[in-house]
Ligand binder design. Structure first.
Ligand code: SF4
Length: 695
């Protein structure tokens, strides 16, 4: 017998659509077949993660009942008992230490409805200021740069389909071939059409193999390189003076600054020589159309916000935005990295990108929620800063939803020590993740196959994901967990939902008039149209596929240049720690690996964590290929297997981010935060390496 249902892959921001076909055999076994279905961005393609995405959802390791830890061991309890325990503990802790003694930690994989409800739950049910999420580590630098430059943060300013029409593409710190593989055909088709592809990356990744020009930059110097490109564009008259004059502010200051820079200094900083800087600048500056994409390689630094702004300066100086084949893309990693940051689970934001410290914004959202504006708490702090407050015991209880902070935060040893100091830790997840194992109480949540809801892909296109498969055991949707808990806290009237669509209906209204306006989007429309771009204020009007055609979102309608001054990376190599470690993803894993390590096929492709190291560097440290190696920074260390490759710079090693415990790269990463967006400096840690079997 056959059953099938349509859904979307949860493992990245493309949100590829698929049909899961289940063949039920007479011996009660089931086998599964996955077919890609054409939708918004994926055009029917699936990568290896998508083809195997059903495996973790059907895993026998899935949590099926709430678990309460007693005397160090988990035992199953009923939902009624679990909700009572949580409500009692939260209320007792708040009554003794104040409302802010309880914090909430969300995730960029939650549906829009659950992300919205998490923010509302924090402000209305718990009245705590402390709510933030793992997307702080994903998108915060690009988001804040977009807001400052354009007045609006949306992943892509124009549809992906326009990539194929552009003449020059800059991919800065993004490895699309492994992180969003089904997007690669857009870039290969652009190349076939004659586009020049420039890749900026310290490694020759699968994406860099596509490059006409590969700038193998030193980690942490992207901002300086972008300034070098702008200097050449200015010197060789490749700017668009009429666009600069009519549509931007602040160019003069940037012009003066970049003119004062010497390309020889930029070469010394970045490792990219003058000829290559000029070649790349001319390719972008002379092209009639061009797009720039950035991702974590540029953004996860102490100057990540300003580094993105330096790349946005290039777009503004050449007038390459607001017209076909021109624009910017922040390549989001997480499944709902875009929607996850719009609806209020960030410390400083309310739904529709409204600001919690803006009186008008507070009043509007409070009116939608049926509370007084003064009842809403104020601005909280970023994800890692919450971990610091946990450490100090200012936050005494924490609810973690769809996230694994003990693995994903920088300086993981410090974070783990903090979480052990909590009076009460609750985790809602699919599995006993590393963080869930530390919890006092664990709640079973539903997976993508079971959980209907909307997600917003990297283009800013809102998509409705089906989720018809029954959940295992007693697993509940995240939004339902929050609603049930709110009822236990005496706030049922504010959380009356019986399905995800009812929450979306409220979200539409809460976002109305905001920067990310969803008011014109409904489930019925999403079913009909297969995705709608926001902002979409009118139910009868189209969404906004290409932004900034006539004006930017700042009050005066103009975009803002920024004088971007290079900061010394958070850490530089020295005698004691002579190499720079950077990190990132592998093709077959997602985030901290909690889900993909439970997919047998995906795990089999990469069983354990590795360190990429150049053969000459490995020889210097007497490390052979495939040896266990300790990689240590000033904060901590990990043990991983060496992988020798000439694709990486000799002064750099690369360790992926998908493992916890002794293999966790974040044992060693640097928690220094960008002052604008609070993004940690994940990408430049000074390390030393040593084979475990060394004498
Ligand atoms: Fe598509 Fe991303 Fe899933 Fe691959 S991981 S199938 S690119 S959504």
């Amino acid at each position: 017998m056959q059953a099938s249902f349509d859904t979307q892959c949860p493992f990245c921001s493309v949100q590829c659509k698929m049909r899961v076909i289940e063949e039920k055999h007479t011996d009660r076994r089931s086998t599964f077949k996955i077919e890609g279905l054409p939708n918004a961005a994926s055009e029917g393609r699936l990568c290896v993660k998508g083809i195997n995405a059903y495996q973790h959802a059907l895993s026998r390791d899935r949590l099926q009942k709430p678990l309460l830890k007693t005397d160090g061991a988990f035992r199953e309890i009923s939902w009624e008992a679990a909700l009572d325990v949580i409500a009692d503990r939260f209320l007792a802790i708040q009554s003794e230490h104040g409302a802010d003694a309880v914090g909430l930690y969300g995730g960029g994989s939650l549906t829009n409805e659950s992300a919205y409800l998490l923010g509302k739950f924090a402000r209305v049910a718990l009245k705590t200021r402390y709510v933030d999420y793992n997307g702080r580590f994903c998108m915060s630098a690009a988001a804040s740069a977009g807001v400052k430059t354009f007045g609006l943060d949306r992943g892509l300013t124009n549809p992906l389909s326009e990539v194929m029409k552009t003449e020059c593409i800059v991919l800065a710190g993004t490895n699309i071939a492994e992180c969003q593989p089904t997007l690669m055909p857009y870039f290969t088709k652009a190349k076939e059409n004659g586009a020049c592809v420039i890749v900026i990356d310290p490694r020759t990744t699968k994406t860099a193999e596509l490059a006409d020009i590969h700038l193998k930059v030193k980690p942490g110097t992207d901002l300086a390189l972008a300034n070098g490109l702008l200097k050449v564009i200015v010197e060789e008259n490749m700017t668009d003076p009429s666009f600069i004059a009519s549509r931007t502010n602040g160019f003069e200051e940037v012009l003066t600054y970049v003119s004062s820079l010497a390309l020889s200094d930029i070469w010394a900083l970045t490792g990219i020589d003058e000829a290559d800087i000029r070649r790349a600048a001319r390719a972008f500056g002379r092209a009639a159309t061009g797009m720039i994409f950035t991702a974590r390689g540029v953004e996860q630094h102490r100057d990540g916000h300003m580094a993105v702004r330096a790349f946005l300066n290039l777009i503004l100086a050449t007038g390459k935005i607001g017209k076909p084949g021109c624009g910017y893309g922040a390549v989001t990693g997480q499944g709902n990295g875009q929607g996850g940051r719009e609806h209020g689970q960030k410390a400083d934001q309310l739904p529709g990108y409204r600001l919690i410290e803006n009186a008008e914004d507070r009043a509007y959202v409070a009116s939608v929620w049926g509370v007084a504006p003064d009842d809403l708490p104020g601005k909280g702090v970023s994800a890692y800063e919450m971990m610091e407050l946990v450490h100090k015991r200012d936050i005494r209880a924490l609810l973690v939803m769809s996230s694994n902070p003990v693995v994903s935060n920088p300086n993981a040893g410090f974070v783990e020590e903090g979480l052990r100091r909590l009076d009460f830790l609750v985790v809602a997840d699919l599995f006993l993740s590393e963080t869930a194992l530390m919890a006092d109480l664990v709640l079973p949540a539903t997976a993508f196959l079971e959980n209907e809801g909307t997600l917003t892909n990297l283009e800013g296109r809102v998509l409705l994901r089906g989720g018809d498969r029954p959940a295992p055991g007693e697993a509940r949707h995240d939004w339902r967990i929050l609603s049930d808990l709110a009822a236990r806290l005496g706030k049922k009237a504010y959380f009356p939902y019986s399905n995800a669509e009812e929450i979306f209906e409220e979200l539409r209204v809460a976002s109305k008039g905001g920067a990310s306006d969803y008011f014109g989007i409904t489930y019925a429309r999403l079913k009909r149209e297969e995705g709608v771009y926001w902002p979409c204020p009118d139910p009868d009007g189209p969404g906004s596929a290409r932004l900034f055609e006539r004006k930017f979102a700042h009050p005066d309608g103009k975009a803002s240049f920024a004088k971007a001054v290079h900061e010394v990376p958070g850490e530089s190599a020295d005698e004691e720690y002579p190499l720079v470690m950077t990190n990132g993803r592998m093709l077959s894993h997602y985030l901290t690996g909690v889900q993909t390590r439970r997919s047998p096929t995906l795990l089999a492709r990469e069983l354990e964590n590795v360190m990429e190291i150049h053969p000459r560097t490995a020889e210097r440290y007497r490390i052979g290929d495939g040896e266990l190696v300790r990689v240590a920074s000033r904060r901590g260390s990990m043990i991983v297997r060496s992988r020798l490759t000439a694709d990486i710079r000799e002064d750099t090693v690369f360790v992926p981010m998908h493992w916890g415990g002794v293999q966790n790269v974040n044992n060693a990463t640097n928690p220094l935060l960008d002052p604008f967006c609070k993004m940690p400096d994940f990408k430049t840690s000074a390390v030393r390496v040593r084979a475990l079997n060394a004498a």
